[in-house]
Design a protein. Sequence first.
Length: 156
Amino acid sequence: MITGHISQYKTFALHPALMRGLSFLNTTDFATIPAGTVEIDNRNIYAQIIDMDTTPKHENRPEVHRKYIDIQFLYKGKEQMGYAPDFGDNIIKENLLEQRDIIFYEDKIQNESTLIMTPGCFAIFFPTDIHRPGCICESACKIRKIVVKVAMDLLV
């Protein structure tokens, strides 16, 4: 996992595909774009613009992806996210890799840390990173977040 603020993304030495996703986040006015999907480079790099309410941690399932890297960016609101390395020892609750490139794990994740997201913050989650997005931070609130999906195939 890599975290930072979008105003400082150029200081990171990352793969060009990840930098392209971060550049999209830095240069796009998300106040004017409706929720939905925006293609940046076909299905190699695309963004999901999501409007949602934060919910209690126990209502959000820990997840991991295998084909895509997530760049999660908070545009509006305040969100808590869980994070833990995936060592392959967690119990799978639902495997949707073929349909949606996602595995949901049982609620109890070993060594789960907390990440507080405020507007402008981003977190990059690789296939070895479990994440639990959309959790209440201080109180429930509406958030707008953008998840840029970067195909792992671009990095090999």
